[in-house]
Design a protein around this ligand. Structure first.
Ligand SMILES: [Mn+2]
Length: 298
């Protein structure tokens, strides 16, 4: 058994072979600009997950015991290799994710900074050879062409995804540059604005109707959620999804589409507070639960 802290470890330890779900920690941080610390995000989520209740009261299942979750060794760890360059990180990430997909695993990647998502999405594109929508929960557009001299800055990740030719659905957005505003208009990107989420109770159905593909990849920048719930982020923005709104949207998404994989990015822990990482760990457990429910794994 690996030395890595296992997600929900004290509740259920499953071997790689027997696990349906694999957690892939990617503690890479190079381009964050405001608060730093997301390279310790995966470890803090895994630590916090030890406190999760195995039984999901909404689903009525002990998801971890019934499904099997295994956490693999971290890759692209800038705490060990601080000079790791973005291209190398992306190629390491793509090849690892493809290996897990070939082994038939449902992968949940934990960042680390959002730039990693380009490598993850590329792996799904190579593996599935068909189009899918990238649903992005985020406070920020992340659609700048480049930022601070890098096209692989975390503020550019969704621009890189668009360049892969995939449709996107950004959700809970409340901060963009003028360049991004023009791009959204030109490309008619169906942004679900945070202000509209607050104003219109039927926003979830409208958002789901914007998805034109059967398959979806879900990328969650945890700053998309209310910073009152997850204050441990690099670039906090007021507003954002409430806990129950987040779950309602995600459950509907899993019911309506095939969510082929997901990542949860940008958690940067705060000393002496476990709220951010526990909320994030519970969010991940919910993703596994909704996937298990809708794919009839229970
Ligand atoms: Mn963000």
């Amino acid at each position: 058994m690996s030395q890595v802290t296992q997600f929900l470890g004290s509740e259920a330890i499953t071997s790689y072979q027997d696990a349906r779900v694999v957690i892939l920690p990617i503690p890479y941080e190079a381009t964050t600009t405001y608060r730093k610390g997301c390279e310790t995000g995966p470890e803090s989520i895994l630590d916090a997950s030890q406190q999760l209740e195995a039984y999901d009261e909404e689903l009525g299942h002990q998801t971890c015991l019934e499904i099997g979750i295994h956490t693999v060794e971290p890759i692209a760890d800038t705490r060990i290799d601080p000079g790791l360059d973005a291209q190398e990180m992306l190629s390491l990430t793509s090849s690892k994710v493809k290996e897990l997909l070939r082994d038939g695993k449902y992968v949940i990647a934990l960042g680390g900074e959002h730039a990693i998502t380009t490598g993850i999405v590329k792996a799904y594109q190579d593996f599935y050879q068909e189009t899918f929508t990238v649903v992005q929960i985020d406070a920020h557009g992340d659609m700048r062409f480049e930022f601070e001299g890098s096209i692989h800055n975390h503020a550019c990740v969704m621009r890189r995804v668009l360049e892969l030719g995939l449709p996107t659905l950004p959700v809970a957005i409340r901060s963009i540059s003028q360049e991004e505003a023009k791009l959204i208009e030109e490309k008619a990107i169906p942004v679900v604005w945070d202000r509209d989420i607050a104003a219109y109770p039927d926003w979830i159905e409208k958002a789901i109707n914007e998805i034109k593909t059967k398959k979806v990849f879900l990328t969650i920048d945890v700053d998309g959620i209310d910073p009152g719930l997850i204050p441990g982020v690099g670039t906090p923005e007021p507003g954002g999804l409430s806990w129950n709104m987040t779950l309602r949207f995600l459950k509907r998404l899993y019911q309506s589409c095939e969510v082929i994989g997901c990542d949860v990015m940008e958690l940067a822990p705060i000393n002496d507070s476990v709220v951010s990482e526990f909320t994030t760990a519970k969010l991940i457990y919910k993703l596994i639960g909704y996937q298990s429910l809708t794919q009839k794994w229970f």
